[in-house]
Design a protein around this ligand. Structure first.
Ligand SMILES: Nc1nc2c(ncn2[C@@H]2O[C@H](COP(=O)(O)OP(=O)(O)O)[C@@H](O)[C@H]2O)c(=O)[nH]1
Ligand SMILES: [Mg+2]
Length: 457
């Protein structure tokens, strides 16, 4: 991947909109913009004449034909998102104006940007590190305000600071060990060996603390998967609609209406929750329902939390006993629905599972259910700490390798193994930490990360 050419892309989503933005970054950004942009009005100037961080008013032309009326922003290197010269053209929304402007820029010498290439340049040119670049994607995809806050903390460098501090400690330890390798006669003096061990033990503990935030990180990024299960007609689809606040699933008095699984994400007290409405688990009446029930079982297996809906206006349903057995081991909330009707289902005697009484018809109890769900998924308070660093699966993998190597280093030191071996393990740990912030990232890793971005970011 080269940094020498000038890239262009539409930075806003396609479709009808008020405004759209086309972005350019690279050495020729200003020259290319000059070929297409004609300033209008007394105060506006050409892109190449514009001071950094100013807006110019004018028109974009293609082969002498006026395409659109635009505002052109100039951000000169290095004070830009990519650290290169950047031009952002704000034009009318809709698919056509932005697309034709992009086409003009490509004809004038720009190259179409790959997904995430602007952010990749920001990383390669040292404006942000890899964890921060990933935070840009987290920020774009954040579905709740808590997820957004966590992404902003990572973008601000909170995780990077901790990783860099750890990496510094480990590199000092490595330098210490290597210094002794160079003088083979001297073994590490006992007191400095103790110091080294203490330092490594602290590092391993910090890594363990960071690893603890992986679950929060996953919840904030992917959401909690909550399967809504229960007998036919218990009100599962009604509950989904209630939780989403919209009519997403078909609700009907005919049992077996929901045949496919439906997935929708909702914001529950700041956490993204992926609700999965399922077909009622019963003896199937036909092949389609059978497939629906198979899918329900699969969703149940993949779910982290189970919302078990019962019709409280009916006597106990034997199907529910089987369901309890099927979700053994998973955190479960028992939901007694239809509490607007006279109750026929007794409340359970044991308090091992939280029970919430709701009516999807009147909305009663739904807020309590949200609180219960939040408490079940995120035990205890939301620690400000967890929002500052909530690591991703990739960070978890690298940190895990770093910690394992650190523990092996300690082991080697304690059992008096050769310093070469100690240094080898330390290098593995330093390398794994470096992957998180991108000091030791391979081209493949970068491809994998940035290909998940949208074009224009
Ligand atoms: N009275 C009452 N009826 C409800 C309630 N929730 C659902 N229903 C009705 O129960 C029937 C089955 O609901 P549905 O959501 O399709 O159940 P599902 O088969 O479990 O998805 C429909 O006729 C709903 O209108 C409720 O809280 N109170
Ligand atoms: Mg249904």
């Amino acid at each position: 991947m080269t940094l020498d050419d000038t890239i262009a892309a539409i930075a806003t989503p396609p479709g009808a909109s008020g405004l759209a933005v086309v972005r350019l970054s690279g050495r020729e950004a200003l020259a290319i913009a000059d070929k297409c942009f004609v300033p209008a009005g007394k105060k506006s100037v050409r892109a190449s004449a514009a001071p950094s961080h100013t807006l110019q008013y004018g028109h974009i032309f293609q082969n002498g034909v006026r395409l659109d009326e635009v505002l052109l922003a100039v951000m000169r290197a290095p004070r830009s998102f990519t650290r290169q010269d950047v031009v952002e053209i704000t034009c009318h929304g809709g698919l056509l104006p932005a697309r034709m402007i992009l086409e003009t820029l490509l004809q004038s010498g720009a190259r179409m940007a790959e997904p995430g290439e602007f952010t990749r340049r920001a990383f390669l040119l040292g404006r942000i590190d890899l964890a921060q670049a990933e935070a840009v994607a987290d920020l774009i995809h954040a579905r709740t305000e808590l997820a957004l806050r966590a992404a902003n903390e990572q973008l601000a460098g909170k995780l990077s600071q901790r990783i860099n501090a750890l990496r510094d400690q480990m590199m000092q330890a490595l330098a210490h060990v290597e210094a002794h390798i160079d003088f083979p006669d001297e073994d590490i003096a006992p007191d400095s060996r103790d110091q080294l061990q203490a330092r490594l033990e602290t590092c391993a503990a910090v890594m363990a603390d960071l690893l603890q935030t992986a679950r929060e990180g996953q919840i904030l990024r992917q959401g909690i998967r909550a399967a809504i299960i229960g007998a036919p007609n218990a009100g599962k689809s009604s509950l989904l609609n209630c939780l989403l606040g919209k009519d997403r699933a078909i609700v009907s008095p005919t049992p077996g209406t929901t045949r496919d699984t439906i997935e929708e994400t909702a914001n529950i007290r700041g956490f993204p929750v992926v609700f999965i409405d399922t077909a009622g688990l019963r003896q199937a009446r036909d092949e389609i329902e059978l497939e629906g029930i198979r899918r329900s079982r699969r969703s149940l297996e993949q779910a982290e939390v189970v919302l078990h809906v019962c019709d409280a206006s009916q006597p106990p349903n034997p199907l529910d006993q089987n369901l309890v057995a099927e979700c053994a081991g998973k955190p479960r909330i028992l939901i007694h629905n239809k509490c607007d009707l006279p109750r026929q289902l007794p409340l359970p005697a044991d308090a091992s599972v939280p029970v919430v009484e709701v009516s999807c018809l009147t909305g009663m109890g739904v807020e309590t259910l949200k609180d219960t769900l939040r408490n079940l998924a995120w035990s205890g308070e939301i620690k400000a700490e967890s929002l500052e660093v909530a690591i991703s699966a990739r960070h978890q993998d690298a940190l895990h390798r770093a910690r394992t190597a650190t523990l092996r280093t300690l082991d080697a030191l304690k059992t008096g193994q050769s310093l070469d071996l100690v240094a080898l393990e330390l290098r593995i740990a330093v390398g794994a930490l470096g992957e998180i912030v991108g000091q030791t990232a391979t081209e493949d890793l970068l491809d994998a990360i940035f290909s998940q971005f949208c074009i224009g970011k």
